[in-house]
Design a protein around this ligand. Structure first.
Ligand code: SF4
Length: 450
């Protein structure tokens, strides 16, 4: 890596949000949020989008804990938990159906977790059919799910395909056996190849691999081997994430020590080595951590300026009302956000009383909506049209060092992120983030920026 880049990385490698929402969750104004206000926002958003709804369904169970895990998960080998949980998710959907003044048309449905493939194919079939019973779907509705290579069966793939699923995302992280040992995650390249081949044979059209750099015991050689094996399998998309070390939030990460983690310099070397290999293999750099083959819809959306970003990261689905069902899920109605309770017991108890299982949210101010648009422009297009926004003096001041360091160019009618600046998107977005700068925090809430 060039010395100048290393210097920038040292200078800017601070805790920073990933900007899957604005304001970011720790900066929500929860005091002025109510369930009533949230439901009104949902009703307005549904009418505005002519009933179009994106659904995210969180299926939290996993059979074993991956020590690096940052998700909301419940570890159990008891599969009797599946049906009661599914019944609660269906009840939650019915509560929303009662409130919507219009029949929903699902434009996007994503199963995340946890491990959706923890659930049996029959139970997933029951869940999806129940959800779709009182909604319509279009020809272009996107169905996708997250799959664990070690427990995704052919039956899972067939049942979900029959329901309309065409995309899956395989959590791989790293193929190195020493890394897999310390992160307590076992899956061989053969597991991945099997799922890939079966999925392709059945007809799935988009397969994503999740890889992570910065995990304990990772080495540059190991990262190169993992990327080499991954690209040889020809996934349509690769998400190459930075490991977020937040042991004060995720105690599982205390099962190894800081000494097991690569240094900041090593971590960055992993990222640049991996990124170079992925791009040399023909993938397009979509933005923060995401790469897609030029024929994939995410790459097409990026080249056509139609990329969007929501709680799940980059997407080619145009924004509409996003309802998150299941424990800890976050919903976005444009003018408001809401989040579900994080414990399964509380989630089920509230639903059994016929109550929305929500515990906090945020109502957008006019200024929030403006900043959200600015951040989305930077994150998705790498450009900000200045004719559309009156940037406050403080924002311009915060942009000055970023312009001086060559991350951003100030052109007559727009701000443009440079090739160098693409590695610092989170830092650039922080310049616009009024709520981050207005709120003093006493401990890091985010992982490091680069
Ligand atoms: S399978 Fe995924 S959600 Fe489950 S523990 Fe591992 S990383 Fe976390």
């Amino acid at each position: 890596m060039e010395k100048q880049l290393i210097d920038y990385i040292k200078k800017y490698n601070i805790a920073a949000p990933r900007y899957t929402s604005y304001p970011t969750v720790p900066h929500w104004d929860t005091a002025s949020w109510t369930t009533g206000a949230w439901i009104s926002a949902v009703q307005s958003a549904a009418l505005e989008s002519a009933g179009e709804v994106s659904l995210y369904i969180h299926l939290p169970y996993c059979e074993r804990l991956c020590t690096y895990c940052g998700c909301n998960t419940r570890i159990t080998k008891n599969h009797r938990v599946e049906l009661p949980y599914i019944e609660s998710v269906i009840s939650e959907w019915r509560l929303y159906l009662e409130k919507l003044n219009i029949k929903p048309k699902i434009v996007d449905l994503h199963l995340g977790g946890g491990t959706p493939t923890f659930f049996s194919p029959e139970n997933l079939d029951y869940l999806i059919k129940s959800i779709l019973q009182e909604a319509s779907v279009g020809e272009d509705t996107t169905f996708s799910f997250e799959a664990h290579p070690a427990n995704t069966t052919r039956e899972h793939l067939e049942v979900l395909f029959a329901l309309g699923f065409r995309r899956l995302s395989l959590g791989i992280q790293d193929f190195d056996s020493e890394v897999q040992r310390i992160i307590n995650r076992k899956q061989s390249p053969d597991d991945v190849i099997r799922v890939m081949q079966e999925a392709r044979h059945i007809g799935y059209t988009s397969i994503n691999f999740d890889l992570i750099y910065g995990l304990p015991k990772q080495t540059l050689g190991g990262i190169r081997d993992t990327i080499q094996q991954a690209i040889a399998m020809h996934p349509d998309r690769i998400a190459f994430y930075s490991y977020a070390h937040v042991p004060w939030i995720k105690p599982g990460q205390r099962l190894y020590t800081e000494n097991d983690l690569p240094s900041d310099e090593a971590k960055l070397a992993f990222y640049y080595a991996g990124k170079e290999m992925i791009i040399n293999a023909g993938y397009l750099d979509i933005g923060m951590d995401h790469f897609a083959f030029p024929t994939d819809s995410l790459a097409l959306a990026a080249t056509e300026g139609k990329l969007h970003r929501n709680f799940m990261g980059y997407t080619d689905i145009k924004p509409s009302l996003l309802l998150g069902l299941g424990v800890s899920s976050i919903s976005d109605a444009g003018a408001a956000y809401a989040q579900n309770v994080k414990s399964v017991e509380e989630y089920r108890a509230l639903l059994s009383k016929g109550e929305f299982p929500l515990f906090k949210g945020h109502i957008q101010t006019a200024s929030d909506i403006d900043v959200k648009k600015q951040i989305l422009h930077i994150m998705c297009d790498g450009k900000l049209p200045l004719s559309e926004f009156q940037l406050p003096t403080e924002v311009l001041k915060r942009l000055e060092p970023l312009i001086a360091d060559g991350f951003v160019l100030l052109e007559p009618h727009r701000l443009r992120v440079t090739a160098l600046g693409r590695s610092f998107l989170r830092i650039i977005c922080m310049a616009f983030d009024e709520r981050y700068h207005a709120n003093e925090v006493d401990r890091p809430l985010f992982s490091k920026a680069v």
